[in-house]
Ligand binder design. Sequence first.
Ligand code: LHQ
Length: 250
Amino acid sequence: MLTLTLNRPDKLNAFNPEMHRLLREALERAATQPEVRAVVLTGAGRGFCAGQDLSQRDMSAGAPPIDLSVSLGSNYNPLIRRMRELPKPIVCAVNGVAAGAGANIALACDVVFAARSASFVQSFSRIGLLPDSGGTYFLPRLVGTARAMGLALFGEKLSAEEAERIGLIWKALDDDQLLAEAGAAARLLAAGPTKGYGLIKKALYASAGNLLDAQLDLERDLQREAGYSEDYREGVSAFMQKRKPAFKGK
Ligand code: LHQ
């Protein structure tokens, strides 16, 4: 299991190009190293991530306009795609406020735990932007268009408990339990049938864009792959022998 900690605590872990580079490289390592079978993403200090570092832009009257698509195209979009396509589970431990792209990077993780004191803010509308980093994709799919629209337009803080109640995240936890419980969940996943988990991600994330017919076909194809795995053989043998399976992630 690999723990990745966003680490610019004096800026609530807001993203600059360096942090993008480090996170991208770490996720690349997670993808290629077979011994990494689950990832935990969390933040240092009192915040999880405040999105883009706003102090790095020159907004003075005479400054030239900024093409924001450059940063999305070269940093945020590849990051979200990398996370979703990683064939291993990513557990998010949201330790504090998650705002702007920071909120949507949390939602791009596969399982989201949050400390009760944490919050989620689609802060984009407060600065004249729309949710990015997958926000306009994740939000309506997770909580429906009415709630997605309210969150995006009003940009208000949503508590971790409310986020759990409306289905935005998996679980809100007591602050002092967050890292222990999210870590235990990630360790459990890291000892599981990694190949099968990767296929679960593929199927569930494809589902939003598929009609039933296409999804049934996809399940058939992915289940063929799962059935060829060593872990399937081990899972069935262990069940029949009434013992705990020893999955290898293959
Ligand atoms: C910050 C930030 C920050 C710098 C707090 N930057 N310093 C990407 C690129 C391309 C296109 C556009 O989109 C994007 C994606 C985006 O993410 S756009 C959205 C960017 N993020 C935001 O708009 C969030 C801005 N931050 C806030 O609304 C608040 O700070 C939150 C709600 C996160 C936390 O509020 P508080 O708990 O009240 O903390 P605070 O506001 O006092 O912030 C603490 C410090 O962190 C403060 O610095 P200071 O020196 O006064 O202690 C802030 O200036 C700094 N900070 N966010 N994004």
